[in-house]
Design a protein around this ligand. Sequence first.
Ligand code: ATP
Ligand code: MG
Length: 475
Amino acid sequence: MNIEIPKPAPVDARDNEPVPTPLDSASAALALEGLPPADIDPAKLDAAALKVLRHLRRNGHQAYLVGGCVRDLLLGRQPKDFDVATSALPEQVRATFRNCRLIGRRFRLAHIYFKGQKVIEVATFRKNPVEEVLAEDPGAAADTDLLISEDNVFGTAEEDARRRDFTINGLFYDVGLGEVIDYVNGRADLDAGLMRTIGTPEIRLREDPVRILRAVRFSAKLGLTVEPETWAAMQKQSPELARCAPARVLEETLRLLRSGASRRAVELLREVGALPVLLPSVAAFLYRGGPVEAERLYRILGSMDERILSGLPTDDSLLLAALLLRIVRAPSVEGGDDTGEASALTTIEPVLTELTRTARLPRRIAEGARLLLLAQGALHGERRKRGSPTRFMRSPHFADALILMAANVQASGEGIEALNRWRARESEIAPPGPRGPRHAPREASELPPPGLGVEALPAALSSVESFTFESSGLL
Ligand code: ATP
Ligand code: MG
């Protein structure tokens, strides 16, 4: 027979009461009216963005959360920033807020400033100028240059949703009603994991070929499949990237490298045929190096992605150097030696200089990438560095150079002993503080097995045929 032992009564009966979930006032009001719960948990919304939305609405304007933040919240991800779209004209937004500044000459936006360097971006609803041209003359799509040069025509909320690039980026969120407003069928695509342009893919990509890079970034980062018609248009329009402003192309390329999904992104760029236009020197290298070198480059990019996803600071110069590292380090077709590396560096240096000149790549980033690549020879003991190793190790680029070397060792198996020697020296110079050494020394046996051996290269390289690449790309 089981005897139930009575549990002691709680010291405070309230301890056992369920804690009510705190509700935002908008949600509470909805709950009282018996309406369905909000599409997005109000606790996930940004307090500053909510203030901006309320203030605009109180002043008689329409105002919604828009774009990436709605997409990310519906996917259960933390948005990078919260953007607002409104019916208020830029001057009206400025008149509504004390802490506001208008920015941009062509595309005027309002920035509302909050404590802690927080900025909420508010954009007036706009429409797509190309739609007007096509509405008047539908036949124009066939032979007209659709590249958008002027995009500052104000419009309605629906027009603003339609001018956006992809359905998953065209969703609005009404915080008052707790409802997603979906003019573009983005919700269904988001649920199905699909990337699709709003409207006809070919027209939308001709308007702005940079959208190809954006599609690649979102698809890689969010793990979405590109819908077939959009993919076909991306393949067809990739050469048009050469016509876009180099600074915009560079900015989207850097965003792609910083996304934490650069490995997948570069694979997709290659699959879609954009790589020879965008990064001719990388594309040519991958063509020469075959699957062995491709896998090594992808692994290096994968290491950078891991850093970024675990929140470690990762400078643009490190990302750029990682992208170019195998070009510099791979054994040259002729046999691979020191001269190979030296000549690879001389091909890369003018490219970096050109990027700073035409695409406004900050000189600091180009120079940083160059130094990180240059340091590899010294780290591998192939080139003697002047001065003492200790001075070299105290230079500001040393830590990143070693990170790059470690990524290369993991990817190619080349130089494990040299890496371990540097790490040992590093921990001698800077004994572990309370948070441990900067790079915990690793045993060679702990490193993942290297990819295909260098021995496999000649076979891969024997398939190389003469191939020319456009020289108008970034790298
Ligand atoms: P992320 O989280 O990476 O910033 P995002 O969606 O916020 O992603 P942004 O580049 O910040 O991307 O752009 C904000 C929004 O502006 C996009 O969601 C999209 O609706 C719109 N947009 C941006 N660039 C374009 C473009 N080239 N063409 C059409 N719409 C665009
Ligand atoms: Mg954004």
